[in-house]
Design a protein around this ligand. Structure first.
Ligand code: E4P
Length: 217
């Protein structure tokens, strides 16, 4: 499973790169607003740091304007992936951009029916928001399962980009289900490394090692 980092904070992305966990980045208008920075500057900076796809979201709401914004965003760097909301205009824009060879991430997906439309429109990625479904008493992981089945039934190449991830459990379950990508905040990815038995085991190893009086170097 590929890991995308769900943030517009350049320092957080930089800090994760040495671990090999950064296969791409996702941003959205709220994350850009939170960063307090200019979208064009941030996207260019992130694209220069990361080899993989960097999602930059359009804010227009008509198909025509989404295409214009999408082409402009794609012109910023060759690894920009244009993020488009799951609306009918968004589907038309996705179809138009895909026909020009511009990769699109269809975002704000909350049903398998929407995911089917996005695949048919030619989306490179579909972003089902699992945390927001869970927040509303629904089952986000069930949606990932459903989309996996639909896409596998017909051999759609659109990648399932599990989004709105809140926990280590979400990451693990997305991997078990077979999501192609999961995008998560840096804090969730870092938490995945932790286990109380790892901490206890390491403490015991180091204590025993100290008693030997040896050193490797
Ligand atoms: C993904 O592309 C979205 O930016 C993100 O995962 C949304 O997460 P949230 O529901 O925590 O805002």
């Amino acid at each position: 499973m590929k890991f995308f980092i769900d943030t517009a904070e350049v320092s957080e992305i930089k800090a994760l790169i040495p671990s090999g966990m950064v296969d791409g980045v996702t941003t959205n208008p709220s994350l850009i607003a939170k960063s307090g920075r200019n979208i064009l500057e941030v996207i260019k900076e992130i694209c220069a740091l990361v080899d993989g796809p960097v999602s930059a979201e359009v804010t227009a709401t008509t198909a025509k304007d989404m295409v214009t914004e999408g082409e402009f965003l794609f012109g910023l760097a060759s690894n920009v992936c244009v993020k488009i909301p799951m609306t009918w205009d968004g589907l038309e824009a996705t179809n138009a951009l895909a026909a020009k060879g511009i990769p699109v991430n269809v975002t704000l997906c909350f049903s398998a029916a929407q995911a089917l439309l996005a695949a048919k429109a030619g989306a490179a990625f579909i972003s089902p928001f699992i945390g927001r479904l869970d927040d509303n008493g629904l089952d986000g992981l069930e949606l990932i399962e459903e989309i996996r089945t639909v896409y596998d039934n017909y051999g759609y190449e659109t990648e399932i980009l599990a989004a709105s991830i809140r926990s280590i459990g979400h990451m693990k379950d997305c991997a078990l289900i077979g999501a192609d990508v999961a995008t998560a905040p840096p804090s969730v990815i870092r938490k995945m490394a932790g286990h109380v038995l790892t901490d206890q085991g390491l403490a015991a190893f180091l204590a025993d090692w100290k008693k030997t009086g040896q050193s490797i170097l």
